[in-house]
Design a protein around this ligand. Structure first.
Ligand code: PLP
Length: 408
């Protein structure tokens, strides 16, 4: 597994723009001319390589970004979309038709959960939500109609780690596709090396890294990508979540520093998690030995990128969580905002924000308590300084016992 190095794959891509530029030229067109009517017909039929038809189908810049992401995930091909949800919905609607069934981890991003739980049933597609660590219950949930097992490599917001090797064995045994949302662990985990068939990202997060756009991608075999773009039957072609060329150009440029950013996010998150744990706080971070999937994650990651930039802190109540987050924002330690992968730390209370689509009883059952704060740790240059300031906020709000409150 370790001979594959995604950062080298991205670094080795070479571009010559239309005028010799070091970046590919942005093609600012929604439609493309043909010198002969026959070539236009062949392009519609999918038989004219190198020709563009219409930018909802494909465009030069989107293909460049897709190619870089396919390199990163070690797949034959990829297709970028206007959002992570655009990727998730296209993939699932391509693979599951009326009467089909899928199995999903019960701890996933709230929007994905809502799509599976509330939206797909109206197309007669049912989902069983399972504990993704319980292989027996997964096997029990499989029916002749099951097509897919869906999970997040590291789950939002509970940071539960999916054993992709075991899941892929089950998928092979029952002829299912393993779809992995790898948004929380780009570069760190390479799901296809562990047996995944399709890898999805919300590019909105670490990969773009500047919180200025939404975007998504799915990576898989050339055949699958072609299927999703088929003009007659392709879910992505027909649903139309197309990324704009200007956005794909900026995401491609940001992606080139992803390896440096991921190391810093992980370093900073590990630093804080270790200290918070020593302080006696209820912290969850897969890099900590106390995390139930620490060893599993260790066996799945490219270690140089660490255990990721997310950690959670359970401060008991939503009131306490809000008080702490407001104070931390006031002290310029980050922003009270959803999303992740920004240069500044972002914090939000998952139960009342990005997981609010999951009904309260289910949130409680899976462990998303009201006082759970999800932190996306930033690229802070001096994380020790950040830690000291965060600790003061915790003392001031009573999250930590305050023996000696110092001045900021
Ligand atoms: N997958 C995960 C793990 C997410 O956290 C999110 C968004 O928060 C998404 C998918 C959806 O991505 P987007 O907001 O880009 O549509």
């Amino acid at each position: 597994m370790d001979h594959f190095n995604a950062a080298n794959e991205i670094q080795d891509l070479q571009y010559f723009g239309e005028f010799g530029g070091v970046n590919p030229s942005i093609s600012d067109s929604s439609t493309y001319t043909f010198l002969s009517a026959k070539t236009m017909f062949d392009t519609f039929e999918g038989n004219a390589d190198g020709c563009y038809l219409y930018s909802r189908h494909s465009s030069p810049m989107n293909l460049y970004l897709s190619q870089a992401l396919a390199k990163m995930e070690n797949t034959e091909a990829a297709n970028v979309t206007a959002s992570g949800m655009g990727a998730i919905t296209s993939v699932l609607l391509q693979l599951c038709k009326s009467g089909d069934h899928l199995i999903s981890s019960r701890t996933i991003y709230g929007g994905t959960y809502a799509f599976l739980k509330n939206f797909l049933p109206s197309f007669n597609i049912q989902t069983s939500f399972v504990d993704i660590c319980n292989f027996e219950s997964i096997k029990k949930a499989i029916t002749p109609q099951t097509r897919v097992i869906y999970c997040e490599s590291v789950s939002n917001p509970l940071l539960e780690v999916a054993d992709l090797r075991r899941l892929s064995e089950i998928c092979k045994q029952y002829n299912l596709k393993l779809i992995v949302d790898n948004t929380f662990a780009p570069l760190s985990i390479s799901p296809t090396l562990l047996g995944a068939d399709i890898v999805i990202h919300s590019l909105t997060k670490f990969i773009n890294g500047s919180s200025d756009t939404v975007g998504g991608v799915y990576c898989g075999s050339q055949e699958f990508i072609n299927d999703t773009k088929n003009v007659n039957t392709g879910a992505c072609m027909l649903l139309g979540p197309t990324m704009d060329s200007f956005r794909s150009a900026s995401i491609l440029k940001n992606m080139r520093t992803l390896h440096i950013r991921m190391k810093q996010h992980s370093y900073n998150a590990m630093y804080l998690a270790e200290r918070f744990e020593k302080d006696g706080l209820k912290v969850t971070y897969p890099g900590l030995k106390s995390h139930k999937s620490h060893e599993l994650m260790k066996s799945m990651i490219h270690e140089e990128y660490g255990f990721g930039g997310l950690l959670t802190l359970d401060v008991g109540t939503v009131e306490k969580a809000n008080e702490l987050m407001e104070l931390m924002q006031h002290e310029n330690l980050g922003y009270l905002a959803v999303s992740l992968g920004f240069y500044k730390t972002l914090f939000s209370c998952s139960g009342s924000s990005t997981s609010s689509e999951i009904p309260e009883e289910e949130r409680t059952a899976i462990g998303i308590s009201d006082g759970l704060i999800r932190f996306s740790i930033g690229l802070d240059h001096d994380i020790e300084r950040t830690y000291r300031k965060m600790k003061e906020c915790m003392k001031k709000t009573g999250v930590l016992e305050s023996e000696n409150i110092s001045i900021f």
